[in-house]
Ligand binder design. Sequence first.
Ligand SMILES: *Cc1c(COP(=O)(O)O)cnc(C)c1O
Length: 436
Amino acid sequence: MISTTEIDPAGIAGDALAAADPQLADLVAREEQLQSRTLRLIPSENYVSAAVLRASGTVLQNKYSEGYPGRRYYEGQQVIDQIERLARSRAERLFGVDHANVQPYSGSPANLAVYLAFAEPGDAVLGMSLPMGGHLTHGWKVSATGRWFTGVQYDVRRDTGRIDLDQVRDLAREHRPRILICGGTAIPRTIDFAGFAAIAQEVGAVLVADIGHIAGLVVGGAHPSPVGHAPVITTTTHKTLRGPRGAMILTDNDHAKAVDRAVFPGLQGGPHNHTTAAIAVALHEAAQPPFADYARAVVANAQALAAELITRGYQLVSGGTDNHLILIDLTTKGVPGKIAAQGLDRAGLVTNYNTVPYDPRPPFDPSGLRIGTPALTSRGIGVDQMPIIAGWLDRGIAAAGRGNEEELATIRAEVFELLGAYPAPGVGESSVGSAS
Ligand SMILES: *Cc1c(COP(=O)(O)O)cnc(C)c1O
């Protein structure tokens, strides 16, 4: 076993954790090494800054504060109230909304809070189906949202791979949903918030824009904002927004009270104050001019990578991307998504297998591979490197299909070498090249 100090002399493992629990510290150091030495292409992942990481590992862990600032059920909130107010006001200013609730534990509970606020059990909720690019919590049948509510699901068009608002409108007229959700986890194209808003208005549904994947692009001006179209916006804070694992619900004044009551006391107990603090830091970072450059670079990288993959004969769902995400249909390459993803992982290219629309293969062994550029862009990797990365993906997928472990190991070494020049934010930089 490699000693933790060897891997990570300056990082988390070198301190109290290593002294108290060397076994766990060693695992953290190994994860740090993985994050440093492999190329993270999972579009929902990112690297938080050292400042965000620091804020989330503080004594704020120790404080209970059920309620909201000024209306708590525990004393001793002199500082916590200020922290939550700061996070809230930064979110309101950055997104341009009336009200922000920063307490949801993560994206899924945030969506559940919205259901609790605006629907009754059994009501119809209209969202994108999971295998077409939606999220479990958009009414998919195995989720609580699909079991306790009547999940009605829209698709993408077979010929374009894009959402068909005519189908959404037809389903909305037929089922009269209380809630209409737009957004998802595998949508490579711009979401037409105005189009969804018109449908919601026609049928009297609350439009919820779930921008978990694209929140960073929205605040950076690289994707249109749902503000002014969707009165309720849910988002994770840990994807393109580059904050800690958490979530927020942003609303107009009319929907604020119902959301606040649904989050607490409807669904949760004490908020995670260390996360609230880290969200505040991430929002502060996202408000600085360089963050807009980052958001634009994420999209430029994804579009350059998509073009390189097309050149190499890859078929992309919807033919390309407008955002941070690329969904590859590997059918024409004859390599199943899971074989490809697992082989690429051995090559130091971390992706996830994914269903493609109308996938003939089962969800646990689908035809697609989902990749994205938020994390690599946070390392400062730019469009000039996209041909190299596309080449690795192409060689890696072919090698995975043939079971060529030697080629996968060769790629892994090439990846490691390039990444040495692009240290990952917040990750112990010493871990690159310092250990075997
Ligand atoms: C990630 C995501 C979620 C769920 O967030 P968790 O934090 O994983 O619970 C919900 N909706 C969308 C659109 C997402 O991208």
